[in-house]
Design a protein around this ligand. Structure first.
Ligand code: RB5
Length: 149
């Protein structure tokens, strides 16, 4: 699969080990930075990655900041993006199995490299279950959940 990977200064410590794991498992990685510990604005990196997923230039995204929260908030503003912030493997599995999430966000101030690799592994090993979950994901992707107001 083609992964677009991005981080801000706070997420930088996790980027290299996670990219190494993706490549070790045969995934193609497009690293959009940042590559230095100098302070940068996470929305800029989330937007570049999310646009790649939206446009089909990447199949999935991996975004890392201090908490994983700002990255997900930004990425979810883009069509076709389902970004989740995860800090343990069970949620990573369920985000794939039930939500068909296509962007994984993590916080390098929340999880260390060992746990981050476990989370990524759980995410990569789990397929979307489809079925009743597909109908719910379709609802999620409609503006405002498809609800009348
Ligand atoms: C940067 O200090 C921090 O705000 C950012 O990495 C992220 O945690 C935002 O959600």
């Amino acid at each position: 699969m083609r992964y677009v990977v991005g981080c801000d200064h706070a997420g930088l410590p996790l980027k290299a080990p996670l990219i190494a794991e993706l490549e070790m498992r045969g995934h193609e990685v497009h690293d959009i930075g940042t590559d230095s510990p100098e302070s940068v604005d996470y929305p800029l990196f989330a937007a570049v990655a999310a646009a790649a997923v939206r446009d089909g230039r990447a199949d999935r995204g991996l975004l890392i900041c201090g908490t994983g929260l700002g990255m997900a908030l930004t990425a979810n503003r883009f069509e076709r993006v389902r970004a989740v912030t995860v800090s343990e493997p069970f949620s990573a599995r369920m985000a794939r199995a039930h939500n068909d999430a296509n962007v994984l966000c993590m916080g390098a101030r929340v999880v260390g490299p060992g746990l981050a690799l476990e989370i990524l592994g759980a995410w990569l090993d789990q397929e979307f279950e489809g079925g009743r979950h597909q109908a719910r994901v379709d609802m999620v992707m409609r503006p405002e959940g498809g609800l009348e107001r």
